[in-house]
Design a protein. Sequence first.
Length: 94
Amino acid sequence: MQMMGSRQLLGSEVFSQDGHHVGEVQGLKVDLETWRIRYLEVRLDQKVLASLNLKKLVFGSQSVRIACNRILGLSAKVILRDDLAHLQFVEADE
């Protein structure tokens, strides 16, 4: 089994299945009961905001939560299972 530390994961580029640069991993949430990662916090690339029907913030950057079951592959980059038009996000209270 291969393993990756959180420091290696933070800052990794995130791409949709159809090759669009979605953003960069800026954090993650761990379930303390199972010690599994629940989702990645991804800071979105400004270029994909319109495609995702999200508004550009005046200050700072927009971020979303992507569940781990939506990840297809992980190495130096994170590849998602979905193409850009069908990305799925985790709600804030989950």
